[in-house]
Design a binder for this molecule. Structure first.
Ligand code: SAM
Length: 226
């Protein structure tokens, strides 16, 4: 029976792809990609020549039913995004939900995602955590942070280098300056780095130095003393 397969792709280091992911991308009838140009670099690297169609957040709503029909007609379709696991702060959820509604089988291969390595190297408890992803830019930001201020699980956020300093400042305000946190940047790449300290220490560091690259922030949950 035909199916939808979500295939995680490297978040920086091209070696981070599973043998199964490569086989599946070679076997499917069609690959949906968030950015067809970026996908072609990856596919070329692994000698995969396959039809690739664009599937990004702007056309997701319009394209979902057409894709569901293609799978019902018998095509096996893989979805990849620019980096990491589809559906994790990336397109994918709508398609998964529609496939499930149409009783189409859905698989997601295990593979790269940025928040797991960031959490594990943070040194902050990783037995229980909540993944927040990107914060809303304006509307809803303060109510979300207010509700998270009493969260006891470790919290994980995605952030851009442009906004990191401002975000650490608002974290100090809502979570307290002494909360432990980490910022991991350029994970899996040559200049991968993780900075650890209190929110105040990290806020000072990121105010005084400009860091490039994609970032994951991990913040300790509320403890008895915080
Ligand atoms: N689907 C991806 C995943 O599974 O992690 C996330 C895609 S989201 C559009 C991109 C964000 O993920 C970046 O802004 C950053 O917060 C995080 N990210 C992706 N790659 C990263 C890397 N190599 N190092 C640090 N953070 C990364």
């Amino acid at each position: 029976m035909s199916k939808l397969i979500l295939v995680p792709t490297p978040i920086g280091n091209l070696e981070d792809i599973t043998l199964r992911a490569i086989r599946i991308l070679k076997e499917v009838d069609l690959i949906l990609a968030e950015d067809t140009r970026k996908a072609s670099v990856l596919l070329k690297h692994y000698n995969i020549s396959k039809k690739v169609l664009s599937y990004h957040s702007y056309n997701e709503h319009n394209n979902v039913s057409g894709i569901v029909n293609k799978i019902i007609e018998g095509l096996n379709i893989a979805l990849i995004t620019d980096a990491g696991t589809p559906g994790i702060s990336d397109p994918g959820f709508l398609l998964v939900r529609e496939c499930i509604k149409s009783s189409i089988s859905v698989e997601c291969l295990p593979g790269p995602t940025a928040f797991i390595p960031a959490l594990v190297v943070s040194g902050i408890p990783c037995n229980s955590f909540v993944f927040i992803g990107f914060l809303p830019v304006k509307k809803g930001l303060s109510s979300l942070l207010k509700s998270l201020s009493s969260e006891i699980r470790t919290m994980i956020f995605y952030e851009s280098p442009r906004r990191i300093s401002k975000t650490l400042d608002v974290f100090c305000e809502y979570f307290g300056e002494n909360r432990k946190a980490s910022v991991s940047r350029e994970l899996t790449k040559i200049y991968e780095q993780t900075y650890r300290g209190s929110l105040k220490e990290l806020s000072i560091l990121f105010k005084n130095t400009t860091f490039k690259g994609e970032m994951v922030i991990v913040v300790e949950g509320k403890t008895a003393g915080s």
